[in-house]
Write a protein that binds this ligand. Structure first.
Ligand code: DGL
Length: 270
């Protein structure tokens, strides 16, 4: 029997829209409720304790919207706060395990690179997942803290010299390591794909965590006959600056977002 309730997605801000884009591609008839914590972004520089507290509040908000499952689009939350999912009454999907599995499948030389926020890299979660699947894999993880502000500033084009130089500087150790597969372990990084491809060349496969989690959710819904055939609407909630979010969302999702589809919520006082 179809479950017409929406899919809940949350992120520390607007970056999670790269995951929403993949969900819309994979599951065009599902309704989506998105929460972006634009008032408290970034999460990637915060303590594990704070990230978990925020994740619990974000999940509580989505549950109040009667979602049928929750996706943590945020690489940071997925890496350090996955255990908050144990408390949830609905299925939970994160972006680390599916991307790690796909990276192992794609890699021919067993050398896998992961990029993410400081918190994501410190967690070691991707490495642990990869080694669970292939104990012989070699993994390099690199934090790229300047990538998020670059994207938020709208500087992400592959021909922008500042973008290219920043990408080169962060990814140099990955080139030296000889990785043939790179996990984009943060919501914002798929936006930098063009520049990353230019720097790494064709020999390195990029793994978009959003694509992998969207495929996993589609499989789960179909296997359990919980997919919706008649939806396709998305509603957005943010903790600050809904107007700014609406503009950015229209760019990232490449479609006009109606202003009454973006609402502000008081995430601290649910
Ligand atoms: N959404 C975060 C992630 O995917 C990036 C931005 C932040 O640090 O909050 O890790």
């Amino acid at each position: 029997m179809a479950d017409k309730r929406p899919i809940g997605v949350f992120d520390s801000g607007l970056g999670g829209l790269t995951v929403v884009k993949e969900i819309i591609k994979e599951l065009p008839f599902e309704d989506i409720i998105y929460f972006g914590d634009t008032g408290r972004v970034p999460y990637g520089t915060r303590s594990v304790e704070t990230i978990k507290k925020y994740a619990r509040q974000d999940e509580k908000f989505l549950l109040s919207q009667d979602v049928k499952l929750i996706i943590a689009a945020c690489g940071t939350v997925s890496s350090v706060a996955g255990d908050t999912a144990k408390e949830l009454p609905v299925p939970f999907f994160e972006v680390v395990s599916h991307a790690s599995r796909q990276a192992v499948n794609e890699s021919k030389n067993g050398k896998i690179a992961v990029i993410g926020t400081n918190a994501t890299v410190k967690s070691g979660q991707h490495k642990a997942e990869i080694l669970k699947i292939n104990p012989n894999a070699e993994v390099i993880t690199v934090a790229c803290p300047l990538f998020v502000p670059l994207v938020e500033e709208g500087w992400y084009k592959g021909d922008d010299i500042i973008v290219l130089e920043t990408v080169k500087r962060y990814l140099q150790p990955i080139i030296e390591f000889g990785a043939d597969t790179l996990i984009l372990g943060c919501t914002h990084y798929p936006v930098l794909s063009e520049a990353i491809k230019k720097v790494l060349g064709d020999g390195v496969v990029l793994i978009n965590a959003g694509t992998e989690v969207a495929k996993a959710v589609a499989k789960y819904l179909k296997d359990n006959s919980l997919d919706n055939q008649n939806g396709g609407e998305a509603e957005f909630f943010v903790s600050d600056k809904p107007d700014f979010f609406k503009e950015q969302a229209s760019v990232l999702l490449e479609c006009e977002i109606d202003e009454n589809k973006v609402q502000k919520v008081d995430i601290n006082n649910l």
